[in-house]
Design a protein around this ligand. Structure first.
Ligand SMILES: CC(C)(COP(=O)(O)OP(=O)(O)OC[C@H]1O[C@@H](n2cnc3c(N)ncnc32)[C@H](O)[C@@H]1OP(=O)(O)O)[C@@H](O)C(=O)NCCC(=O)NCCS
Length: 158
């Protein structure tokens, strides 16, 4: 059973230690860097929604959802829409179905429109990240032809 839980003073160090494999590091920033970005975004008018991903009581991953401005160059559609800016499952917990179950929970959560109304959720990923691309497509995300910072963008109507 996957749950999305708040990052706390108690679990933050465990989150910072959670890593993807060496080969996957080009696909996602470290959790430490992402949480730092959340702080900067939140203190500059942005709406980051970061969560630790748990399988039962074990922390297995991290997700950073953002509403509106992501703090980076972004497509026009970012305004008033949700972005899954980061998603990772720790190397030792991958290929056990947690990523798929987490995506379902993440989309359920986004569909509660926690930071404001939206029509779309979008994701950008490296073109060669086939595992991520297939996972997102299986939830209905479709590439819209836009390339941002060399990354294709896939969009889901909420
Ligand atoms: C993408 C990621 C979150 C998937 O997490 P996961 O827990 O391994 O995913 P699951 O176990 O739920 O598997 C999801 C699907 O991907 C497939 N898959 C997972 N890892 C795979 C791999 N290394 N090679 C081939 N297929 C793989 C699974 O077989 C499964 O397919 P199915 O559901 O159609 O049977 C994880 O690989 C990851 O953290 N990657 C590095 C960071 C990253 O790329 N994040 C996305 C940035 S946009």
């Amino acid at each position: 059973m996957i749950t999305l839980r708040k990052i706390t003073l108690e679990n933050r160090r465990e989150l910072f230690r959670l890593e993807v494999s060496k080969e996957q590091q080009k696909y996602v920033a470290s959790n430490l860097s992402s949480v730092a970005s959340c702080y900067v975004l939140a203190t500059n008018g942005g709406s980051p929604l970061p969560f630790a991903i748990y399988a039962k009581e074990q922390m297995v991953g991290f997700v950073m959802i953002v509403y509106g401005n992501t703090g980076y160059d972004q497509p026009e559609m970012a305004d008033n829409n949700y972005c899954i800016l980061r998603l990772m499952i720790g190397e030792q917990y991958q290929k056990q179905g947690y990523g798929r179950e987490a995506m379902a929970k993440i989309l359920d959560y986004i569909r509660t429109f926690p930071a404001g109304p939206a029509k779309y959720c979008w994701i950008a990923y490296e073109a060669d990240n086939i595992v991520a691309k297939r996972l997102y497509e299986s939830f209905g995300f479709c590439e819209n032809g836009e390339i941002y910072n060399n990354e294709p963008i896939a969009v889901l109507e909420l």
